[in-house]
Design a protein around this ligand. Structure first.
Ligand SMILES: [Fe+2]
Length: 484
């Protein structure tokens, strides 16, 4: 509903309703919708995100700490089926039964003060992303191992460690990339290589997993500090990590139970951004570039062009947004995008150049992943546009490599999400397919899936309303396979 402001003028609803819990698990075919479900859209659109921000009378201390809830939209024969289910992690099970906070999180403490948190590591809520690879569906969060989920009914199979190759403490990021030529899945995780007189030595562990799901190569990249490294890119031959200016300082306070990890993450402009290029075959460091301070949370695509590597990235020059993430229901909480930049790394000269690609605040970039690591020409991003209700993403854009931007803004009171590309059946060219975007309708407190033509975002093909809302989620994955 609209809410009168102090002048008595009705204002559109904020995005906050889209952060409320969805505690019920559903499975149904969407019967009533507008438009036509494309006959050439076949497959499953999985999404992941925190399904709840409250437990009993408590609120979690950070958006990142809500329990992972997978959902699946299955497109088959012109019909769409929806289902959702929580990942049954130990945290989810214990807190559901107790109806209070039982585990620490990224920004959440167990009630009871320092001694209730002393020495306890944050739980893995399995809430950030999802991937179907090696015949298995995973729910991913960078604070732990993958959680395997049955793609047929989203029931939880269990925590997964690739036959013991992912050892205890070797975490696995939410943003792996599938290398199209080999079908291998490349992922990484923050860790320590040991403890010296200087203290724990930060590293990134890098993993390469073949199409049958065997983790067959590991690498390790030494770092200067403990960064917030959430995403990376690959090209045909390289994995590229941007180690930026958002760092964790004072982890001792976390170990002692006095502070959360969120309390000690900070943007330090004295730290330049280092860009490490790693050989994908042996996972050894090839070259390091250095540029001004900055941070990249999410990347678009990357590719090699002669002696250069081109990388699309969403740039931030601060991390003030973390305050909003720690108090998501606060009226002033606001989720900002970044600046869409293109970096060019010259492997011969060692020079880095950068340029701004889009004038619109952008985040959650996606592209046609059949072209991962190769020269692609189109990227789609979630945007935040000032339409009188821009506390959250409220638009999407299609950006071509020559900088042409098509921006589609939602009406005030409607809030968007990561726009994910799904190729149409028999599609063989980039951009031939659909953009799938979940939209939260603050007026009705329900969500819908919008299907748009990828090559023309103004062509809204169909709107598929759910029977309920979907809490704002992070990331998704589309596969041409169906499972039910
Ligand atoms: Fe992410």
């Amino acid at each position: 509903m609209s809410t009168p402001n102090q002048q008595g003028i009705n204002e559109p609803p904020t995005h906050h309703g889209g952060l409320e819990n969805l505690d019920t698990e559903y499975s149904y075919t969407i019967e009533d919708y507008e438009g036509v479900v494309p006959a050439d859209l076949h497959g499953t659109f999985f999404r992941n995100g925190p399904g709840r921000q409250r437990i009993g009378k408590e609120k979690y201390g950070h958006w990142f700490d809500g329990d992972g809830m997978l959902c699946a939209f299955t497109f088959r024969d012109g019909k769409v089926h929806f289902k959702n289910a929580y990942v049954r992690t130990p945290k989810y099970m214990a807190e559901t039964e107790a109806q209070t906070i039982r585990y620490r999180g990224f920004g959440t403490q167990v009630p009871g003060g320092m001694f209730a948190n002393l020495g306890k590591t944050p739980a893995n809520p399995a809430n950030t992303n999802t991937i179907y690879h090696g015949g298995k569906l995973f729910a991913l969060n960078e604070g732990g191992h993958p959680w395997e989920v049955d793609p047929r009914d989203l029931s939880t199979v269990g925590e997964y460690n690739y036959s013991g190759e992912l050892q205890r403490g070797q975490v696995f990021s939410a943003h792996g990339r599938v290398h199209p030529a080999s079908g291998d899945y490349i992922n990484f995780g923050a860790g320590i290589s040991g403890i010296t007189l200087k203290g724990p030595q930060p590293v990134l562990n890098i993993y390469r997993i073949n199409p049958t799901g065997r983790l067959f190569t590991k690498g390790q990249l030494s770092l200067d500090n403990f960064p917030f490294c959430h995403d990376f890119v690959i090209t045909n031959n390289y994995a590229i990590f941007f180690i930026g200016s958002i760092v964790f300082k004072g982890m001792g306070g976390v170990l002692l139970g006095r502070k959360t990890i969120s309390d000690v993450v900070a943007y330090d402009p004295a730290i330049n951004m280092k860009i490490h290029v790693v050989d994908l075959n042996n996972l050894h460091l090839v070259k390091t570039f250095e540029t001004d301070h900055g941070a990249i949370v999410h990347f678009g695509n990357a590719y090699e062009h002669n002696q250069e590597i081109v990388v699309d990235a969403m740039y931030q020059d601060g991390f003030a947004a973390n305050a909003s993430l720690t108090n998501v229901f606060h009226p002033d909480s606001k989720f900002n995008g970044g600046i869409y930049k293109r970096y060019i790394l010259n492997m011969e000269t060692g020079k880095v150049s950068e340029s701004q690609v889009s004038p619109t605040e952008s985040e959650f970039p996606t592209f046609d992943t059949r072209l991962t690591g190769q020269a692609s020409t189109v990227c789609y991003t979630a945007c935040s546009v000032d339409n009188g209700a821009n506390g959250f993403f409220n638009g999407i854009q299609r950006v071509t490599s020559d900088g042409d931007c098509t921006l589609v803004t939602l009406p005030p009171g409607m809030y968007g999400s990561e726009p994910l590309f799904a190729p149409s059946t028999n599609s063989s060219t980039e951009d031939d397919g659909y953009i799938l975007e979940v939209v939260y309708n603050g007026f009705e407190h329900i969500s819908e899936l919008q299907v748009l033509r990828a090559d023309n975002l103004n062509d809204l093909v169909c709107r598929l309303p759910l029977k309920h809302h979907l809490p704002h989620q992070f990331h998704g994955y589309f596969t041409a396979q169906t499972f039910c």
